[in-house]
Design a protein around this ligand. Structure first.
Ligand SMILES: [Fe+2]
Length: 307
C-alpha cells in the first residue's frame, strides 16, 4: 500500500508515475519532503505558539477567502504570520505537483492548507470528527460530486513519527462492508447517484452565495454521491467491530520531515499519533484521472449495476 518515491526515483520520474500510484490506492511516500519547509523560526513559532491559540480542530488557511480559520483572535500580526506561512506551504506543494504529477493539477481546486498543532493521540473528539478512527473521507471543502480528495502531509515534528493506520482501500471496503453499512446502491434504481431537481436547486443556491461574496458557503453543497460517501464514513467511525477488526489492518510510521500524499476518498486512514503536521487539501477532477473506473463514484455505480 505504501509506495516510496525517494530522491533517486524522483529524478527519473515520468509524468503519470505519482498519479497512477495514487489512483491505484497507494500512499505515495517521500522519505524527505520534496517541498521546501518554512524557515526554522516560522516552524518554531507554529509549534510553540499555536497549540495555545487553537480554537477549532485545526488551523486552516482558506484560499477562497484569503483567511485563516481556527485561530483564537490573537493579534493581527500573529494572524498575518500564520497566513503567510500556510499560503507559502500551499504554493510550494502546488508548484511541486504541477511538475511531478501534472495530471492532478489540471483544472483542480486548491483547498485548505492547515497546520495540526495538537497531539492526535487521545484528543477525545466527537467520533465523527476524530482522526483516530479509521475512515474514508467524505466531502472535503464542500461536495466533491465524484471528484477526488487529494491530501498532502508533511510531518514537521523534529522528534516524533506521525503514525497512521489503514484497513484497506475503497474497493476492498465496499466489498467487505458495503452491505453492513446499508449503502443505497443495494436498492437503487437507474437514477442512483444522479442529482435530482432539489440537488440542482440547492447547488445553484450555494453557487449563488459563493459568487455573491460568501465563498465559504461552498461547504454547504451536497450531492447523492457525497451523501453516500458520508454514510460509509459514518458507518466506519460508528462501528466498533470495524475499528477492532485487525484482519486487514496496517500501520505506517512517517518520520520527522517526511511527506506523503493520498487520495483520502480511496485509502482508509486514521492518524493514531503525532503532533505538528501540514495538511494540504485539493480536489482533483475525476476527468483528470487515468483510471476513473476505480474511482469511488464509479465503483459505487458498478456495485449498483451488479445488484
Ligand atoms: Fe480523513
Amino acid at each position: 500500500m505504501l509506495e516510496t518515491f525517494d530522491q533517486h526515483r524522483l529524478e527519473q520520474l515520468q509524468p503519470d508515475d505519482i498519479s497512477d500510484s495514487l489512483e491505484r490506492g497507494s500512499i505515495v511516500y517521500f522519505p524527505t519532503s520534496p517541498v521546501a519547509l518554512p524557515a526554522r523560526d516560522d516552524l518554531d513559532f507554529l509549534r510553540e505558539e499555536l497549540p495555545s491559540l487553537l480554537k477549532l480542530k485545526n488551523i486552516s488557511y482558506h484560499p477562497e477567502s484569503g483567511k485563516v480559520h481556527g485561530l483564537d483572535a490573537g493579534d493581527a500580526e500573529t494572524g498575518a504570520r500564520v497566513t503567510r506561512i500556510l499560503r507559502q506551504v500551499s504554493d510550494d506543494i502546488a508548484a511541486f505537483l504541477s511538475t511531478a504529477a501534472p495530471r492532478l493539477t489540471d483544472n483542480w481546486t486548491v483547498g485548505t492548507s492547515s497546520f495540526r498543532p495538537m497531539q492526535e493521540r487521545g484528543r477525545n473528539l466527537d467520533p465523527h470528527a476524530s482522526n483516530e478512527l479509521v475512515h474514508i473521507d467524505a466531502g472535503a471543502y464542500g461536495a466533491t460530486h465524484g471528484d477526488r480528495i487529494l491530501r498532502f502531509f508533511i510531518n514537521v515534528n523534529p522528534q516524533e513519527d506521525r503514525v497512521w493506520a489503514s484497513k484497506g482501500n475503497f474497493s476492498e471496503l465496499l466489498q467487505s462492508h458495503g452491505e453492513r453499512a446499508d449503502l443505497a446502491y443495494r436498492r437503487a434504481g437507474p437514477e442512483y447517484l444522479a442529482k435530482g431537481p432539489l440537488d440542482h436547486l440547492w447547488s445553484g443556491v450555494v453557487k449563488g452565495l459563493t459568487s455573491a461574496g460568501l465563498p465559504t458557503a461552498r461547504v454547504l453543497d451536497s450531492s447523492p454521491f457525497d451523501r453516500e460517501m458520508r454514510r460509509f464514513h459514518n458507518y466506519m467511525k460508528d462501528t466498533p467491530d470495524f475499528q477492532q477488526d485487525m484482519s486487514n489492518h496496517q500501520e505506517f510510521r512517517f518520520p520527522p520531515f517526511s511527506a506523503w500524499m493520498v487520495f483520502t476518498d480511496t485509502v482508509s486512514h486514521a492518524c493514531l499519533s503525532g503532533q505538528f503536521a501540514f495538511i494540504h487539501t485539493c480536489i482533483v477532477r475525476l476527468e483528470s484521472c487515468r483510471l476513473p473506473e476505480i474511482a469511488p463514484i464509479n465503483l459505487l455505480r458498478q456495485a449498483a449495476a451488479a445488484h
